[in-house]
Design a binder for this molecule. Sequence first.
Ligand code: UDP
Length: 321
Amino acid sequence: MAHTILVTGAAGFLGSHLCDVLLAEGNTVLGVDNLSTGSTANVDHLKGEARFSLIEKDICQPFDPGPVDYVFNMASPASPVDYARLGIETLLVGSAGTINTLEIAKRYGAGYLHASTSECYGDPEMHPQVETYWGNVNPIGPRSVYDEAKRFSEAATMAYHRYHGVRTHLVRIFNTYGPRLQANDGRVISNLMMQALRGQPLSIYGDGSQTRSFCYVSDLIDGIVRLSKSDEVMPVNIGNPEEWTILECAEEVRAVTGSKDPITFKPLPQDDPLRRRPDITRAKTLLGWQPKIRLREGLERSLDYFRSCLVTADTAESTPL
Ligand code: UDP
């Protein structure tokens, strides 16, 4: 059955892909975004779509979208460079913004999914990360504006479930990439792809032995949509368990772009997690989900997009705080 769905952060990387999938399923989508890190370019292709609307709004102020059946709360700066630049905004959207959207779900008896993050695990002492691990987060470090806001949002989501019976879902999202990832958000895939396409040296922070596990965007959205249709209240990791060192990731980028440019080593940002890899047993068993697209193929699928960004974007660097 088609539903009316509120998506916050609808003009962002993940939010806009989510809108596409929800619309393709026949739903009506109300998108909200304050465009602080999102871009209307991500939803330009939906201009003629009668079932889609985008309102420019900051969810930190209470608002009433009218009756909705489901709320996806995707709004937040999400790259380390963006949330360092927008620290207070990140804290506010992950506290006031989350409460305001939970209030909407409560008011209309709607389901609710909060986009949480592998950053809840901080610099993990447990590997791979299972959902029952409580994490190793520095509450006062440069990443804390994001990590603690997301952890507060998880607590708020559980509280609205426990105290008000809201049908909630928590997804812990691991590193994701693909078309519409901001070319200048300072993330490793966007930086390396843009540098390789520009014929610039590839910037590696630290010695490049730290690891990440990269999920292609269509796999991630599939996992999120499945979770939203399930009865699972407790957090579910969605990410690709294939783990790469950052140096190996740079080699994949070189292979896909044909870059022969050297690597330049730069300082490792403070509290940069040493390794990260999701245990996806719960997603597999509860949702029948697992990723299909490996890093090489995902980078190939993203190549045209990053090429199209060449004219506009500069790469961003992480600055030590
Ligand atoms: N990184 C890098 N070069 C870059 C950007 C990032 O080596 O140009 C590293 C960064 O230090 C981290 C990893 O790549 O270890 C992933 O960083 P990203 O900013 O993509 O996201 P994170 O997983 O840290 O949130």
